[in-house]
Design a protein around this ligand. Structure first.
Ligand code: LMR
Length: 399
């Protein structure tokens, strides 16, 4: 693939075709499949027992209030909705909410936050290397390459075992250079579902602090694992220990506002002054990329978080989504000892012990759509598809 720095490309006519993103391709393939029995466990959107992704009831109410009360759509500036970030602060940062060395800004989804965070790192140190666990969300590497930072992979997951390769991960992080960036998943690891436990977080935080690394934590599923506070354990522990921390956050999943693109970037440095300088860079970078983030979804989230009644209702709906995720996990895990690990994992994703060939065969023969890697969305299927899914997977595993 040619990049923007490739000297061969001098005009648009010189551009070489690029493979489209594999997940977007999968969505298109699944949409085009006419078989009514198809099971879509590809893309990471929450679906309820009926297989729908409804707008949360509390979100509908917030949008109604927004429609009735919003008087202008004039520009808000690169920081977006400041009250949104203010209200999100305690949800994400917990006991660190009052720390004036931490600043946050609204972004277009978690993806926008990631791009902005890596752009900030590249501004500070273009030679920083980014340590990325394997496997990771397939869009992480392109975002990092997009800002010309070097990627160094570290082992994260033992696929056959369904467990984290913690010693190998710790060893790789221990050999990183000061100033390198450690990309970590805050909770509900995408694509594996295998989260660091509290002891493992403690060890990772100690290594990051000792080696002088900058942690960039991607937290896109807060509340989908164990609970809002539990899922922020790693983020908060890192903030307790390290002077420099970057957090890319998303509300797209936990408020179910996917296409509205609601996220935020959080930056902690050693002092309020240096954080203010870093945020100056953040605003300028945001200005260059999208100027100002889209307003609607963040404004609706702000309305929910600003009203204790609506906030309570959101927590109830969030808990219902989490309960469904965990109950489908439990059911799949109980079906076969080889799938038991799924019951010990968190969030929407797990990776099945299937080869790409087996995944493609499931797609062809049974209209079951999951990523080539074997990643599947636990709540992509409706309740009445779970048994069919399990039977097909067990048959595939049996070869
Ligand atoms: C996913 O991993 O399926 C979601 O985060 C959607 C995406 O953009 O990849």
């Amino acid at each position: 693939m040619l990049t923007r720095t490739d000297e061969m490309a001098r005009s648009l006519a010189d551009l070489q075709p690029v493979a489209s993103d594999s997940l977007l391709q999968l969505i298109a393939l699944c949409n085009a499949d006419p078989r009514p029995e198809k099971i879509d466990v590809g893309v990471g959107v929450f679906r309820d027992g009926q297989g729908n992704t409804p707008i949360l009831k509390v979100m509908k109410e917030a949008e109604r209030r927004l429609l009735e009360t919003q008087e202008t759509k004039a520009y808000l500036g690169s920081a977006g909705d400041k009250r949104f970030a203010e209200l999100l602060r305690p949800v994400l940062l917990g006991e660190h909410a009052d720390d004036d060395r931490i600043a946050g800004v609204q972004t277009p989804g978690g993806c926008g936050a990631l791009r902005l965070g890596f752009e900030l790192i590249a501004n500070a140190n273009p030679k920083a290397r980014v340590l990325v666990g394997t496997p990771t969300w397939p869009n992480h590497p392109p975002i990092i390459r997009g800002v010309d930072l070097e990627i160094v992979e570290y082992p994260y997951y033992e696929r056959g075992q369904g467990s984290i390769r913690f010693d190998a991960m710790a060893d790789a992080l221990s050999r990183a250079e000061p100033g390198d960036v450690a990309l970590l998943h805050g909770c509900c690891h995408n694509p594996t579902g295998a989260d660091l436990d509290e002891d493992q977080w403690r060890r990772v935080v100690a290594i990051v602090a000792e080696r002088g690394l900058i942690p960039l934590i991607d937290i896109a599923y807060q509340g989908f694992g164990r609970g809002l506070d539990e899922d922020a354990f790693g983020v908060r522990l890192m903030l307790s220990t390290c002077d420099e921390v970057i957090v890319a956050q998303s509300c797209d999943k936990n408020f179910s506002v996917y296409r509205d693109r609601v996220g935020s970037l959080w930056v902690k440095t050693a002092s309020a002054d240096t954080t203010a300088t870093a945020m100056g860079h953040v605003f300028q970078l945001a200005r260059e990329m999208w100027s100002m983030p889209p307003d609607h979804g963040a404004a609706a989230v702000r309305i929910i978080l600003d009203d204790s009644g609506l906030r309570e209702r959101w927590l109830v709906e969030l808990a219902a989504m989490r309960d469904r995720i965990n109950s489908v996990r439990t059911k799949i895990a109980a079906a076969d000892p080889r799938l038991a690990f799924i019951g010990r994992q968190f969030g929407m994703f797990s990776m099945l012990p299937l080869s790409t060939g087996q995944v493609l065969k499931l797609r062809e023969d049974k209209a079951i759509y999951m990523a080539d890697s074997g990643r599947f969305n636990v709540v992509g299927m409706s309740d009445d598809q779970v048994d069919t899914f399990i039977a097909a997977v067990v048959e595939a595993m049996n070869g």
